[in-house]
Design a protein around this ligand. Structure first.
Ligand code: NAD
Length: 316
């Protein structure tokens, strides 16, 4: 059994693959070497990727012996899942393995939007002692609006409640009997507009699909309070970046925390780089030491099961 890994995986995942009898070929830069990857993939039973490798029709067809594709994460927008299905290649993903890390990132954003302690620290180190400039605000009593009410939103909601926040949300694909509606106290709104107009913080947790592309554009940003912040840890392409840069520059919203961008790594000409109220991170919301060990081991185990002809609970 041979596995080809094209992006960063934690050692624990490699050890798990070896334990299962795989011969492992790992090059974390292979996703950038398209021709080499197209040539190599024909000799492997399993292909393990993160979110940069384009697992498209061409690559799937070149993988003539592929029995499984493993995705070290949960977003599947870089994988042609229809073509994988057509070719009979199951795709396994790291179901729920990094959701807690993303939820903690969101709370970090919410807390630092209201009280950016690093600014007070910078000011002190510049020789000042300005107690009045850095008072900030409480998050208790504020409203967080969750767009998409799946796994990550459940975990954000639980933490937001612990801080005394009101939690509202929008997701057209859940029913009144879903756990998040009946058991968590999240007030589910009928429309996206209600969430956008009522929230002090908006956090996006939907997959990138043709239906969610530019879900948040100029007209949606115009509905937000001028004091509200938007947080995107889901995927670039869900917020229209040109419209967001305009809203930030015109101060029609207070700020944005962006972990994901339409083009990653960020282009030096991206307008958001020049927005003072945009806080940008390099797609790290789901990347903590703990989540990466969980993700790497889970995908290694589940890919192994498929290659051995066993069932996996992490197949899409
Ligand atoms: P999930 O599948 O559990 O939940 C997604 C929810 O979005 C579902 O409940 C679905 O009904 C809802 N949805 C779909 N279309 C919608 C729409 N048009 N409007 C409102 N709701 C809609 O997914 P999850 O585990 O919560 O993850 C969400 C996304 O977060 C993933 O698809 C992935 O792209 C992203 N993610 C990013 C990182 C990171 O490191 N930045 C890490 C993990 C996941």
């Amino acid at each position: 059994m041979r596995v080809l890994i094209t992006e960063i995986i934690w050692n624990e995942g490699i050890e798990e693959l070896i334990k299962q009898g795989f011969e492992v070929d790992y090059d974390e830069t292979l996703w950038k070497q398209r021709e080499k990857l197209l040539d190599m993939v024909k000799d492997y039973d399993a292909l393990i990727v993160r979110n940069q490798t384009k697992v498209d029709r061409e690559l799937l067809n070149a993988g003539i012996q592929l029995k499984v594709v493993g995705r070290l994460g949960v977003g599947l927008d870089n994988i042609d899942t229809a073509q994988a299905k057509k070719r009979g290649i199951p795709v396994v993903y790291a179901r729920h393995a990094n959701a807690t890390s993303v939820a903690e990132y969101v709370m970090n954003a919410v807390l630092s939007a209201n009280r950016p302690l690093y600014l007070a620290d910078e000011d002190i180190k510049a020789g000042n002692w300005n107690r009045k400039s850095f008072t900030g605000g409480e998050i208790a009593g504020k409203t967080i609006g969750l767009i998409g009410l799946g796994e990550i939103s459940h975990r954000v909601a639980k933490r937001a409640f612990a801080f005394g926040m009101n939690v509202i949300g929008y997701d057209p694909y859940i029913t009144e009997n879903d756990y998040i509606v009946t058991e968590t106290g999240v007030q589910v709104k009928e429309t996206l507009e209600e969430v956008l107009t009522q929230s002090d913080f908006i956090s996006i947790h939907v997959p990138l699909t043709p239906a969610t592309h530019y879900l948040i554009s100029e007209s949606e940003l115009n509905l937000m309070k001028s004091t509200a912040f938007i947080i995107n840890t889901s995927r670039g392409g869900i917020i229209n970046e040109t419209a967001l840069a305009a809203a930030l520059n015109q101060h029609t919203i207070a700020g944005a925390f962006l972990d994901v961008l339409e083009v990653e790594p960020i282009s030096p000409s991206n307008k958001l780089l020049f927005c003072e109220t945009a806080m940008i991170t390099p797609h790290i919301a789901g990347l903590t030491e703990e989540s990466q060990i969980r993700t790497s081991v889970l995908v290694a185990k589940e890919a192994g099961k498929i290659v051995k002809g066993e069932k996996s609970l992490c197949v899409i």
